[in-house]
Design a protein around this ligand. Structure first.
Ligand SMILES: [Ca+2]
Length: 163
């Protein structure tokens, strides 16, 4: 079996590094994402996700981006990776990748982490179905739901096609 090879990073510039701003990343109702100099995995800024005082379901989505806007295509498989840490208190227990509009079976080869105050990397492979381009790729808390106002930091995000 040959080693996996990958296409180019679909996330470029501040979408990947957050050195300028939050790029095309956004958050769900009541949550916020913004570039922050509080923490950085590489460079001097990361994406700071502050979770809502809204309903619990909203707090599962830590950050999200449109697969169509970053050039992902239907029926191709992508490896998504990111680094994450929290700010000292974070009730969420498992961070993963979630492609909203997909059924769970389409998310595979996933490495989840229990976030801590040290940077850890999450890797997952996702294959987009026909309706998924209009959905969202999310950095997602799939275990215990984070508490309101919990803060985490995300940096060095990659989305690459698995060739
Ligand atoms: Ca950075």
């Amino acid at each position: 079996m040959r080693a996996a090879s990958y296409g180019p990073d679909l996330l470029t510039g501040t979408n990947r590094t957050f050195e300028v701003d939050a790029g095309d990343w956004d958050a769900t109702t009541g949550c916020t994402v913004a570039a922050s100099a509080d923490e950085a995995k590489l460079g001097s800024q990361s994406l700071k996700s502050t979770l809502a005082t809204e309903t619990t379901s909203f707090r599962r989505t830590l950050a999200r981006i449109s697969p169509a806007n970053v050039g992902m295509s239907v029926s191709k498989t992508y490896e998504v990776e990111y680094w994450i840490k929290h700010a000292g208190t974070f009730a969420g227990t498992t961070c993963s990748i979630y492609n909203r509009n997909l059924d769970g079976s389409s998310v595979n080869a996933i490495t989840t982490v229990n976030p801590s105050t040290s940077w850890q990397m999450v890797v997952a492979r996702i294959t987009l179905g026909a309706v998924d381009l209009s959905g969202l790729v999310e950095v997602y808390a799939s275990g215990t739901i984070p508490d309101q106002n919990d803060i985490c930091y995300i940096d060095e995000v990659r989305i690459r096609e698995v060739l």
